[in-house]
Design a protein around this ligand. Structure first.
Ligand code: NAD
Length: 421
């Protein structure tokens, strides 16, 4: 969550407005989809290691559950805002709908700086959040997951606190848990894997040769590192020419070895200084002459200021909200094919859904079954969105709008069938 220029919730609403117009959505349904159904704002008193009590602020936003229980991560961040959480909960609603899993969208957050907290303080904060928010959570109501600065250990504390509150092990109330506590195999790389499956399908449609295609990745955390490696593994080739993280980027026109950079970052804490590569800035990375660009770090990095300089043929948005609406228009005009965030990064929530299914019937799948089912879901989702793009050729829409049309009509249909609108 960087210093972002535009309010993300206003962006999410503007994107919905565009889709509502194209769908001729009735005014009542449109208005009902513009706002979250429920928001809970909580105060969390936590005893810190120095013996004093510090009060944190937390949120849980349940944007829409017409298609099933809300689903969405919990973020721990010093600059967390309710509007960021609202925007992300809206995007989760469209994400679960576009991959057609029977879930809705939600998101949570706590304003805190986990880098300055001990493990004990983090555990007490995580448990305090569940004591407050647990009353609206559950596998049939709302099931959170890890997100920015939260992880499997935090999910373990949270599912345990829920157990003490309710007296039962309801593992599906939260996902992204450790494997030993009901987590699913394949969750760790699911986001990147789903994005690469989308790239594979896009290449087929666009006639791009995956073996010779060059690619660059902004961000080298969970999503970026796995994308770097899986791109070559799944597509059977491709040349990685640049990657970056918060400390800057590296470039080598002759190609970089993804696994060697992962090892280098593990050893040194950054991608910079990788042997044989030239240093570049994050801004330079975005406008490199590559076939494929994966933004996998921050929001609003492709803007009106640099969109005209983007040379990639395909942008696969692993990050949430990396492209502003102004940039979208420029990219569409310039013929850049954008695989939008809530489709490109939906692999994570899809495997989270698989985790809930496995928890529910108390039987765990092997890794091959997870990959096979993820591939099927992502391929179907991409194909459905691409079909919408073709169907709406006369409206000159981009893939983001096509994905909105698919997702919004599914949520609107569920709301209508239930008699909500
Ligand atoms: P992460 O924290 O593991 O990694 C983030 C990376 O971005 C790090 O390498 C960091 O150094 C880098 N970064 C930070 N500031 C930067 C800057 N100014 N310039 C360039 N790089 C910078 O996070 P992640 O889980 O990989 O998530 C990355 C993006 O993908 C986020 O937008 C997240 O919401 C989205 N996403 C992730 C998942 C998932 O399952 N991990 C699922 C859906 C969406």
């Amino acid at each position: 969550m960087s210093k972002i220029a535009q309010n993300p919730f206003e962006i999410a609403q503007a994107q919905l407005d565009k889709a509502a117009k194209l769908l001729n959505l009735d005014e009542g349904t449109h208005q009902a989809l513009r706002e979250p159904l429920r928001e809970l704002v909580v105060s969390l008193p936590v005893r810190m290691d120095d013996g004093k009590v510090k009060v944190f602020k937390g949120f849980r936003v349940q944007y829409n559950d017409a298609r099933g229980a809300c689903k969405g991560g919990i973020r721990f961040h010093p600059e967390e805002t309710i509007d960021t959480v609202r925007a992300l909960s809206a995007w989760m609603t469209w994400k679960t709908a576009v991959v057609d899993v029977p879930l809705g969208g939600g998101k949570g957050g706590i304003i805190c700086n986990p880098k300055e907290m001990s493990q004990g303080e983090l555990e007490r904060l995580s448990r305090a959040y569940i004591r407050q928010v647990g009353r609206i959570l559950g596998e049939k109501m709302d099931s959170p997951a890890p997100d920015v600065y939260t992880n499997a250990q935090i999910m373990a504390w949270m599912v345990d606190e829920y157990y003490w509150m309710n007296g039962e092990n309801q593992f599906g109330m939260i996902t992204g848990k450790p494997i030993a506590l009901g987590g699913s195999l394949g969750r760790h790389d699911a986001t990147a894997r789903g994005g690469v499956y989308c790239v594979r399908e896009a290449a087929k449609k666009l006639g791009l040769d995956n073996k010779s295609a060059t690619y660059a990745i902004q961000g080298f955390g969970n999503a970026g590192q796995y994308a770097a490696v899986l791109h070559q593994e799944i597509l059977g080739g491709g040349k990685l020419v640049a990657v970056s993280d918060s400390r800057g980027g590296i470039y080598n026109a002759a190609g970089l070895d993804p696994q060697a950079i992962v090892d280098h970052k593990l050893k040194t804490g950054a991608v910079s200084g990788f042997p044989g590569a030239k240093a570049i800035t994050n801004d330079e990375l975005l406008v490199l002459d590559v076939d494929l660009l994966y933004p996998a770090a921050l929001e609003q990095v492709i803007t009106g200021a640099n969109a005209n300089d983007i040379k990639a043929k395909v942008v696969c948005e692993l990050a949430n909200g990396p492209t502003t609406p102004e940039a979208d228009e420029i990219l569409l005009k310039n013929g850049v094919f954008v695989i939008p965030d809530f489709l490109a990064n939906a692999g994570g929530v899809t495997v989270s859904y698989f985790e809930m299914v496995q928890n529910h019937y108390n039987y765990h799948w092997d890794i091959e079954s997870v990959y096979e089912r993820l591939d099927k879901k992502m391929t179907e989702a991409f194909t459905g969105v691409y079909a919408m793009l073709e169907e709406r050729k006369a409206d000159s829409i981009d893939m983001r709008t096509a994905a909105y049309l698919v997702a919004v009509s599914r949520v609107a249909e569920a709301m209508k069938l239930r008699g909500w609108v």
